[in-house]
Design a protein around this ligand. Structure first.
Ligand SMILES: [Zn+2]
Length: 432
């Protein structure tokens, strides 16, 4: 007899079926067995979920799990635990490890580490170019053959248009996605923050919004030319959003993501020189943030992705210009979105779940995640309390603590994370 768990009386939000109503969800073994009012929970462990939201498990298109290479900052296991604590049942692990994931061997290593941890599904991302050097193509075909769906040189832009054109052309043959960190290196080099009023007053070299927009336009033009699938990572600038809107209307095969920190913070938050606000691309102006929020709400930007970027304390506590860019994000993404977008009425709860789960699952090509919540479907679920306040502070589940949200109060707390029917987080606590 497979194990049965009944989630009783939750507000079930399923963007795929459009369901948003109070219901019970019965999980049997690894799948959803029943959804509705008064499901037969005989012999099941009953979890009272009144006042809670039950949704498809979250999916992150953009996490740095740092293994192999920087296990002092994060490992596949600690990153998986941080993901589960944040309500994620799947994460895409970026390729900029050491060694770089530019061959099937590194991909297989990350996969086996994730399988051993068994807490969250990890989808290794393959590099576009060998060693992220932007010159020769990585083993895209071989990695695609073992199921890699997303390819990115994240951390770097692919600087030569010809190389990106070839990658998009090649990716089309395997029906995989080329994901770009859009930043013109010649314009952004040496930049510490968004170029504007605050970079001038703080005396820090800036990166203009144009350093992103120029590459966004170039890449959209190349996607149009080749017919390849393009995904734009962590958009930060309002102009990028306008270009994306134009390209989608023109039928270019493109999707895009935005991070919680770009949706919440601004360049002016850097006035304290807090290195946790030093991110890449940089936090930008109020107008840029406005454009990102609107584009997320209307679906121009498809997904919310964390860009979870753990760094060792000694690295991040360096002088501002020496500190590496990035903030951790897996444990705060859902609450940041609920607090700063859903609660003020800028985003519906259903659209938030779609952007955090359904859309990224679709981009990853994963049919197991992102819903729908229906009988027979894999039980990858999150249950959270939308009205619980908490303060973001150590200890984190992540091995690192460089959070831009440090010290902030957020509303919305993950209670249960369910991976194929198994409670990997229960009552807010990790399960062994
Ligand atoms: Zn990046």
């Amino acid at each position: 007899m497979p194990e049965r768990t009944a989630f009783i009386g939750a507000r079930v939000v399923d963007p795929v079926s459009g369901r948003d109503e109070v219901a019970d969800v019965l999980v049997e073994g690894s799948v959803v067995a029943d959804v509705g009012r008064d499901v037969s929970a005989a012999g099941a462990t009953r979890l009272d979920c009144h006042g809670l939201v039950l949704a498809p498990g979250l999916v992150d298109l953009h996490a740095h799990l740092r293994e192999p290479g920087r296990e002092d900052a994060e490992t596949v296991e600690t990153g998986s635990r941080a993901a589960a604590a944040g309500g994620f049942t799947a994460v895409a692990a970026m390729a900029n490890t050491d060694p770089v994931a530019d061959t099937p061997a590194v991909v297989e290593e990350v996969r086996s580490l994730a399988a051993r941890a068994g807490i969250c599904d990890v989808f290794p991302v393959g590099a576009i170019t060998r060693g992220l050097a932007g010159e020769e193509m990585a083993a895209i075909g071989e990695m695609a053959a073992i199921g890699v769906r997303l390819f990115s040189d994240d951390g770097h832009c692919v600087p030569a248009a010809r190389v990106l054109r070839n990658a998009l052309q090649y990716a089309k043959a395997f029906d995989v996605v080329i994901a770009e960190h859009c930043e013109d290196p010649s314009l952004a080099e040496g930049g510490q923050m968004h170029e504007g009023y605050h970079s001038y007053t703080l005396g820090l070299p800036g990166k203009p919004a144009e350093s992103e927009e120029i590459i966004v336009f170039r890449d959209l033009a190349l996607a149009r030319l080749t017919g390849g699938r393009l995904h734009l990572q962590h958009l930060s600038a309002g102009g990028s959003v306008e270009l994306l809107r134009w390209a989608k209307a023109a039928g270019v095969r493109v999707t895009a993501e935005v991070t919680p920190h770009h949706l919440v913070f601004l360049d002016e938050d850097l006035v304290t020189y807090d290195t946790n606000f030093k991110v890449n691309p940089p936090l930008r102006s109020p107008g840029d943030r406005e454009a990102l929020r609107a584009a997320l709400a209307d679906g121009t930007i498809d997904a919310i992705a964390t860009d979870h970027a753990p760094h060792a304390v000694e690295d991040k506590e360096a002088e501002f210009d020496q500190a590496p860019p990035g903030t951790i994000g897996l444990e705060t993404a859902l609450a940041a979105v609920l607090t700063h977008l859903v609660e003020p009425g800028l985003l519906s709860l259903s659209r938030a779940i779609e952007a955090l789960s359904t859309a990224p699952a679709r981009i990853l090509g994963s049919s197991e995640h992102g819903g729908p919540i229906e009988p027979g479907r894999p039980a990858n679920l999150v249950v959270f309390d939308p009205s619980a306040d908490w303060i973001v502070e150590p200890p984190f589940v992540s091995r690192s603590r460089n959070s831009a949200f440090l010290g902030r109060t957020l509303r919305g707390k993950v209670l249960h994370t369910v991976l194929r029917g198994r409670l990997v987080v229960a009552d807010g606590k990790a399960q062994r």
